[in-house]
Design a binder for this molecule. Structure first.
Ligand SMILES: NC(=O)c1ccc[n+]([C@@H]2O[C@H](COP(=O)([O-])OP(=O)(O)OC[C@H]3O[C@@H](n4cnc5c(N)ncnc54)[C@H](O)[C@@H]3O)[C@@H](O)[C@H]2O)c1
Length: 281
């Protein structure tokens, strides 16, 4: 083993991260590898995904994977097992904003697609990870929910429904797999600077600084994608060995403060709230 493998918090572990071409997934994949893991970088974005895997180097492989395709998710997991013999960490993280707008106008096809990307994908990831982890007698599954999965009114309807269901699915799977040595937890991020939120906040997916500044103004502290990678690292590691069925909210107290702060115009229109600049407190 390389020196890093013997000292890292994920020394010797094998991970699959979906949505790893960008944002939370990319940062987590790099962090996992820096802590000694080998990582499958799985995403639909081929160029960006390859770049992330190249940056990581020999400890990473890129796999093109559309998480709405069960066979593709299974294949990403199989690649990890074929390359490195096992699967210790499954991070079901890929996501999109999905269907937006008032409920009366929400497009049904866009709704179904939202549930496919944000919820059915997590089911596929959990199912196929469990098929490897249960026979091993160990493993950590991590599902990306959202602050919209723990309180209402902070995300579009389909997104909120899917992310809330991810919390329930996480509990259900944790309950089943506890006796089999496999843990399952969720992470519920607040607003974190990634392409997804930068696009919403500023109309420019690369303007991550605008998101960090907005969270500083609205909630009292600038958010950082590393905040979520750190949470994922903890749940992936043996340090969280007695934690299962938990949703780790990483939002700097936003959800316990009623989702406080001010809606931006784009958020208000996504949720179908007519009044913009409305102070929710
Ligand atoms: N950024 C936030 O504030 C925030 C807050 C709460 C939850 N989340 C969740 O975090 C997760 C990661 O999002 P992010 O903020 O890093 O955004 P991001 O846009 O930077 O990354 C999302 C990644 O998912 C990939 N993806 C989308 N659809 C896919 C598909 N069908 N198959 C495979 N990959 C697909 C994208 O290509 C992209 O690389 C998502 O589930 C998102 O809902 C983000």
């Amino acid at each position: 083993m390389a020196p890093q493998d013997s000292t890292g918090r994920l020394a010797g572990k094998i991970a699959v991260v979906t949505g790893a071409a960008s944002g939370i997934g990319a940062t987590s994949a790099k962090r996992f590898a820096a802590e000694g893991a080998k990582v499958i970088v799985a995403d639909v974005q081929v160029d960006l995904g390859r770049r992330v895997a190249d940056e990581i180097g020999g400890a990473a492989r890129f796999v093109e994977c559309d998480v709405t395709d069960e066979g593709a998710v299974e294949a990403a997991i199989r690649r990890a097992v074929d390359e490195w013999g096992r699967l210790d960490v499954m991070f079901n993280n890929a996501g999109v904003v999905g269907a937006v707008g008032p409920i009366e106008d929400t497009d049904s096809a866009a709704w179904r697609r939202t549930i496919d990307v944000l919820l059915n994908s997590v089911f596929y990831g959990c199912k196929h990870a469990a098929r490897v982890m249960v026979p091993q007698g160990s493993g950590s599954i991590i599902n990306t929910s959202s602050i919209a999965g723990v309180i209402g009114g902070v995300g579009p309807h389909g997104y909120t429904a899917a992310k809330t269901a991810v919390v329930g699915l996480t509990k259900s799977i944790a309950a089943e797999l506890a006796a089999k040595g496999v843990r399952c937890n969720a992470i519920a991020p607040g607003t974190i600077p990634t392409a997804l939120t930068a696009d919403l906040v500023s109309g420019d997916a690369s303007n991550l600084a605008a998101v960090a500044e907005q969270t500083r103004q609205r909630f009292g502290k600038a958010s950082d994608v590393a905040d979520i990678a750190n949470a994922a690292l903890y749940l992936a590691s043996d340090e969280a060995g007695f934690i299962s069925g938990h949703t780790l909210v990483v939002d700097y107290a936003r959800s316990v403060n009623g989702g406080s702060g001010r809606f931006t115009n784009s958020e208000a229109s996504m949720i179908g709230i007519a009044t913009t600049g409305h102070d929710r407190r």
